[in-house]
Ligand binder design. Structure first.
Ligand SMILES: [Zn+2]
Ligand SMILES: [Zn+2]
Length: 295
């Protein structure tokens, strides 16, 4: 149904150019001195999406101090993940309508559409819907300011300019656009791959097609355990078993130990208890994404 919506050439060009900047890095000289900066920015923008936009802002899986919220929010803006009001509104609606005709990024509309093209053919009515579904987010001053796209891009442009001035073109491409390319495609893969029958296993019989996928989880900070998440949306952990590697969960756990996170919605012991799978079986299942019932 969404495939007939107007093709937004502006958004399409921006998303393609941003990703091409990441690809273009391979024609410049990589230096190992870039690596710590590149990795830090990858963590900052990745956690900005998974920990802040998703587990905190959308689902309120925990609380943290205001200054820390802003640091993570800034990471999401640097990665141009989408302004918080739009992101939260779209995502809450996704939970409501998962894998129905009204779920804008369901693979039932086709893989390219579920992965990226939904952003380009998004109906204007979705904007109105986001404003309603994310009314609480609009009360946060910087989220309100970032509804203006000209202001939203400023943190990204400022960091790009800083990296260009200090590390040159190669430094800017490797430290900013390569992590962005990775974060974009792995977070989009949560929408696309983690809702496809072929790729992953299901722990819970949810009403949607969501799957748990180790490989997406590995790159997308634990968000690949998407079937767990659909079954328990408010839970701050997406990896529920000890072998479901979930970086965002470990960061929230560390913050809690440092008294920088509280009211954390952790899974109950029953949800986290070790199944009758051995470590070898669990490893096989994760890597091949085979259904545990067939092992
Ligand atoms: Zn989903
Ligand atoms: Zn969610």
């Amino acid at each position: 149904m969404f495939k007939n919506e107007k093709f937004n050439i502006g958004i399409f060009s921006i998303l393609v150019i941003l990703q091409l900047l990441g690809v273009a890095a391979i024609w410049t000289q990589f230096q190992w001195s870039f690596f710590p900066i590149m990795f830090s920015i990858y963590l900052w923008m990745g956690l900005g999406t998974t920990l802040y936009l998703h587990r905190y802002l959308t689902h309120r899986g925990f609380e943290m101090p205001g200054w820390l919220k802003f640091i993570f929010a800034l990471g999401s803006a640097i990665g141009l993940s989408g302004d918080p009001v739009t992101w939260v509104g779209d995502h809450r609606y996704h939970h409501l309508k998962s894998d129905t005709e009204e779920d804008i990024h369901s693979p039932r509309h086709g893989f390219p559409y579920a992965h990226m093209m939904w952003l380009i053919r998004k109906p204007p009515s979705f904007r109105e819907r986001s404003l309603r579904y994310a009314a609480d987010v609009r009360k946060i001053s910087y989220c309100k300011v970032w509804e203006n796209s000209m202001l939203y891009v400023l943190p990204h442009l400022a960091l790009a300019a800083l990296l260009f001035a200090t590390l040159g073109l190669a430094g800017m491409l490797w430290c900013l656009y390569v992590p962005m390319l990775i974060v974009y495609n792995l977070t989009w893969a949560v929408n696309s791959i983690c809702h496809m029958k072929q790729f992953g296993y299901r722990t819970f019989e949810t009403s949607d097609e969501s799957k748990n996928n180790f490989w997406v989880g590995l790159g997308a900070f634990g968000e690949g355990y998407h079937n767990n998440h659909h079954a328990k949306p408010r839970c701050a952990a997406h990896g529920l078993k000890w072998w479901e590697f979930d970086v965002t969960r470990y960061v929230i756990w560390t913050l809690e130990k440092l008294h920088l996170a509280w009211n954390v919605q952790w899974p109950t012991p029953v949800e986290s208890e070790t199944e009758d799978l051995t470590a070898d079986e669990a490893g096989t299942m994760l890597i091949t994404s085979a259904d545990p019932n067939s092992i």
